[in-house]
Design a protein around this ligand. Structure first.
Ligand code: B16
Ligand code: MG
Length: 217
């Protein structure tokens, strides 16, 4: 039986993808090249340092190991300036309502996000108190598609992995959920998220009937 829902944050509950893009673009420009929105697709669900490596390879730039850390810090400061402007209005339409419906149906909920900023973002959009269990980039070091982040979330919820449903917008996130032995719901396009057990364009398009139909998968 389904006992818990584990939600990714960026791209599922809030749309911070554009803020990440603006900050990475600014860093790329400082380094003398540019990135496109399409390049940004590769950065979804990927940790900050891994994103930096992808960005530098797009620009054909290489730097020393200690400089890498400074560049990631710089990008993060610009990104945090954007997230500091966020309010409840930045929650993706229908997401808060779906989370509430899930809780009212007696299921547990958790956040599993690669972002080290997940806690601040949840505070900004006034959803922090909905999620006693938050496993973020500060607590895990193996990036999705490694299942660690979801297995730790399940452990903290006290629920077996096979009773958890994961909601994810990133291909690597869907793989991580599947690797954890959980059922996965892709948020986005069916084309991109082929490995998900079920796909909807947004949480607002997901019903409790859809959720419980996953019992049979
Ligand atoms: P930060 P998620 C991920 O969040 C983003 O999708 C990804 O683009 C970002 O690089 C990563 O968090 C790390 O974020 O720099 O804030 O630690 O989708 O796993 O909620
Ligand atoms: Mg995401």
């Amino acid at each position: 039986p389904i006992k818990a829902c584990i939600f990714d944050l960026d791209g599922v509950i809030v749309d911070t993808t554009h803020f990440h893009y603006l900050a990475w673009k600014r860093l790329s420009n400082e380094l003398g090249f540019d990135i496109t929105e399409e390049d940004n697709e590769q950065l979804k669900g990927v940790s900050r340092m891994e994103c930096l490596r992808i960005i530098l390879s797009i620009g054909g730039v290489s730097t020393s190991a200690d400089k890498l850390y400074d560049l990631a810090e710089m990008k993060n400061r610009w990104y945090v300036e954007h997230i500091n402007t966020m309010t409840e209005k930045d929650v993706i339409t229908g997401a808060a309502e779906f989370i509430e419906a899930v809780q009212n149906a007696g299921l547990k909920v958790a956040i599993a996000s690669a972002s080290k900023n997940a806690g601040i973002i949840l505070e900004k959009v006034k959803l922090r108190n909905k999620f006693p269990v938050l496993v973020d980039g500060n607590l895990v070091n193996k990036s999705k598609p490694n299942p660690e982040i979801f297995l730790r979330s399940a452990r903290e919820l006290g629920i077996d992995p096979d009773s958890c449903i994961v909601f994810e917008d990133a291909i690597s996130g869907i793989q991580a959920a599947n690797n954890a032995g959980m059922r996965s719901v892709g948020i986005g396009s069916e084309d991109a998220l082929k490995n998900a057990h079920f796909v909807v364009p947004s949480l607002g398009a997901m019903s409790l009937e859809d959720l419980f139909s996953l019992e049979n998968f």
